[in-house]
Design a protein around this ligand. Structure first.
Ligand code: SF4
Ligand code: FES
Length: 358
């Protein structure tokens, strides 16, 4: 029998005021008029709680662009699920946060693009840093558990210490240093975003030298440089369900890009069926699907063969060993890109474009 998932990533909308060139949303964004309504989300949370899911990341796009965000949080809370709002901070006033806390919101993860306003705004594709600073003040004043998420790449890695100082100054409890992962928008912008190895080496020294005071620091593996794949999603269909704005259910938010996956939709099936029975969630579950070096590898129960989305994005076959792995016959695809990174001038960002509006 399949173990129950632990977390639900609820992508309420792909609409967003920002245009980050590494956005984890798909290249084809869901239209606003296709989004699940309040009652449909309430049913999803009730089913999630019934399956034993304990935590929902209420995300987007920008979830605060949903006019019914308070009712959606309330539905998740009433179902008995711990809720975390994942937000750009734009539109997060203290009145709005008060309403959300009254509805049962448990924690907030705020994104920031850099430690300085000018470069943060350049990466976000619009003026936004000061609004984020105000949002951080609102979250800290509310006393909620406060995570700061920073995607790291060539254009901000050199300011890692300033980023850590910013997180401490803003009152974050935890800073997630998410080295950019290259699929979707980030793959499109890979030349501009890939850091030089020396930048990463200096960043790792800063993280290693951190004395443990202040916010907890989480370092997400820069897999292009390590020769070791990440245990992506804790394994395919092992820990987490993503439900997209239109009800598409995926084992991973980046799996939108796999054309043959045929993901199920919560409008057609129960979450329990989707998790346990759907072909999409079973496609790369466990180790039986493995090919090439993964099949005999002692690490196969540790890293699950790496990332299926990366294998698909770089080789066209999601069942191949993740090219980030040094044992993969496709490893040159990653190694060559990483080695060229320091010598190639950034080509400018292809910013995420907004989805069509209703
Ligand atoms: Fe992981 Fe497969 Fe590489 Fe082994 S061969 S380390 S299981 S990705
Ligand atoms: Fe989809 Fe890694 S991002 S499995």
């Amino acid at each position: 029998m399949t173990d129950a998932p632990w977390a639900l990533l609820a992508e309420l909308t792909h609409a967003c005021p920002l245009h980050c060139p590494y956005c984890s949303n798909p290249l084809e964004l869901v239209r606003r008029d296709a989004e699940l309504d309040t009652a449909e989300w309430a049913r999803v949370f009730a089913e999630a709680a019934g399956m034993g899911i304990v935590q929902a990341h209420i995300s987007g796009g920008e979830p605060l662009l949903r006019r019914d965000i308070v009712q959606i949080v309330e539905a998740a809370h009433d179902a008995g699920v711990y809720t975390q709002l994942v937000t750009s901070g734009l539109g997060l006033t203290s009145r709005r946060l008060d309403d959300l806390v009254r509805a049962g919101l448990n924690s907030v993860q705020l994104s920031v693009q850099d430690a300085r306003a000018e470069s943060s705004d350049l990466i976000a594709g619009r003026t936004s840093f000061r609004a984020k600073e105000r949002a951080a003040g609102v979250i800290a004043a509310a006393g909620l558990p406060f995570g700061l998420n920073v995607v790291l790449h060539r254009h901000n890695l050199d300011r890692l210490q300033e980023i850590l100082d910013l997180g401490a100054r803003w009152g974050a409890d935890r800073i997630e240093l998410a080295n950019a992962q290259f699929y979707g928008w980030a793959l499109r912008n890979r030349t501009a975003l890939l850091p030089a190895r020396e930048q990463l080496d200096r960043a790792k020294e800063i993280v290693a030298a951190h004395d443990g005071s202040g916010p907890e620091i989480v370092w997400v593996l820069p897999d292009y440089y390590e020769g070791v794949p990440k245990p992506c999603m804790g394994g395919w269909g092992a820990r987490s369900i993503t439900v997209g704005p239109d009800g598409t259910a995926l084992p991973c938010p980046a799996a939108y890009a796999m054309p043959d996956l045929a993901p199920p939709n919560v409008r057609d099936h129960s979450l329990a069926w989707i998790w346990a029975e759907s072909p999409a969630f079973n496609a790369y579950r466990g180790t039986g699907w493995m090919t090439g070096p993964c099949r005999e590898c002692p690490r196969r129960e540790t890293d699950f063969g790496g990332c299926r989305c990366q294998a698909f994005a770089l080789t066209g076959d999601a069942a191949r060993t993740d090219p980030a792995c040094g044992l993969s016959p496709d490893h040159h695809l990653v190694r060559d890109a990483a080695e060229a990174a320091g010598s190639v001038a950034g080509s400018g960002f292809a910013y995420r474009r907004p989805p069509p509006v209703r």
